[in-house]
Design a protein around this ligand. Sequence first.
Ligand code: ATP
Length: 384
Amino acid sequence: MAAITMKNIVKTYGDGFQAVKDINLEIADGEFMILVGPSGCGKSTLLRMIVGLEDISGGEMLIGDERVNEKAPRDRNLAMVFQNYALYPHLTVFENIAFPLRLAKTPDAEVKERVNHAAELLELTEHLERKPANLSGGQRQRVAMGRAIVRNAQAFLFDEPLSNLDAKLRGQMRTEISRLQKRLGITTVYVTHDQVEAMTLGDRVAVLRAGVLQQVDSPRRLYQNPANLFVAGFIGSPPMNFIPATVTDDGLSTPFGDIQLPPGRSVDLSGKEIVLLGARPESFEDADVVSDTVREHGMVFDAQIDVIEWLGNEQYAYVPYEAPEQIRQQLADLERELDSEAMRTQLVVSLDASSQIEESSTASVWMDLRQVHVFDPGTGENLT
Ligand code: ATP
């Protein structure tokens, strides 16, 4: 196993398009790193450069202490697990796992020992004589990983391995990959555009946008301390609300009322006229279900409730509002990228399942100010 280090990595395609821009990233030995971002952000390109399927235009790629820029894929000793697992349908599970060893002309006795060992680790011993067609999706995935294990690969690389599966199977496989990775402790890089996978699988998540690394952090920190508007809008579903606010002498003026940021959230607003107040749906609540002691940590306002979605354990209420034109334009690009129309036109508010708030009514809603973020709408930076 080995660490993977990227130093100032650049990828420029033949047509001059820079798909990856100056990436610096260290993936520790044994770490599970997720590369996530919207379509076209460069995550697959980056993975393909690690494995050697794509030339590196600039910078240095190290596996362990060794520079691999010029090394052929087969000499990097990494195992790429593809979406379709690339299993041979006419071979048994045993021979599928043994395949790289057969290619390397490994003696029979050793093949047997290594395949049996991998099968044990992966709980495939009972299935060694089956063909891939007679396996579940999860078992096929394990066979593909088995092939990597017998080679003693230094790292697993996954490129959207679950994107063709239905939601239920995807959930099961996610748990399976996570369990196996922990058990094997092998360095893993996993590309996805699915933020649920990103948040649940990785030790750390690297968020990419247009070839530029936005933030590398644990899922929890990404969620709680997003570095900028992009990360804040990308991580979390429904996404964070961005409420335009005018800076006043003693706080912020928003379409829902005036706000004074609590001590823990205060920021230097000197020289700023307009900011965006970021509040996740769960930072809101039906004011009637919030206790008095909790209520004082936030602001209560009248919300014009449009539609309510009841999800059993919670409810989402939609509160349309008009944002100033200047802000709408600034958010339009970000919305397009995040495939969300909602940011500048409505609040999404999560209410307790017990809330009696009704559709098409005016309701008293509480906003928790202890968890809000303040963003610079120009640079996108989280000022909190
Ligand atoms: P997706 O989730 O859609 O697969 P991605 O984040 O993995 O997206 P990449 O496949 O890494 O994105 O592509 C990054 C950018 O590089 C895209 O804008 C893509 O159009 C461009 N690109 C990819 N391959 C080539 C190529 N061979 N020549 C020119 N541009 C390319």
